[in-house]
Design a protein around this ligand. Structure first.
Ligand SMILES: [Zn+2]
Ligand SMILES: [Zn+2]
Length: 161
């Protein structure tokens, strides 16, 4: 489906085609929580980077977080590029050169009504803030780290792709 998105102030608008638009993937990592997840998590969707069209690109800024993998002595800069509005701070999408054909818009930035997911995935719970209570349904899946299942595979399993 076609997704239309925007930042809060309207200086950045974007559209893209998404084969994987269900907002089921709740990430509790500190980057998502601090940059885009005031309630304790952020939700990424899956879309086609080739179809991404941006109005107000001059207002877009990019954040690459410093991350430290388990067993790594020093942090390194994540290749993942988090795009946000430089005027109002809304986080808009993630693009990672390791998967250049994909783009991951934040559900919070999408204006198109999204389908309601019948089950959700809660990931990176090892990084969850202590005050955040997991609001999960019985059919939800909970992971301390990353799930095996990709966003695309979730949609395939449930018959949405
Ligand atoms: Zn803005
Ligand atoms: Zn995250």
């Amino acid at each position: 489906m076609r997704l239309d998105g925007s930042c809060h102030c309207g200086a950045v608008r974007f559209t893209l085609e998404s084969a994987h638009p269900y907002p089921f993937n709740l990430c509790y990592c500190s980057i998502c929580r601090k940059t885009a997840g005031g309630g304790g998590f952020a939700i990424n969707l899956g879309g086609s980077n080739a179809t991404l069209s941006i109005d107000g690109r001059e207002n877009v800024r990019v954040y690459q977080a410093m991350v430290r993998d388990p067993g790594e002595a020093h942090p390194h800069q994540s290749p993942g590029r988090r795009h946000f509005c430089g005027l109002c701070g809304s986080h808009l999408w993630l693009w990672d050169p390791r998967w250049p054909d994909l783009v991951h818009p934040l559900a919070s930035a999408i204006d198109t009504p999204l389908p309601v997911p019948p089950e959700r995935t809660h990931l990176l719970l090892d990084s969850k803030a202590s005050w955040v209570q997991i609001q999960s349904d019985p059919q939800d899946k909970l992971y301390p780290g990353f799930p095996e299942e990709s966003i695309a595979e979730w949609h395939q399993r449930l018959g949405f792709a």
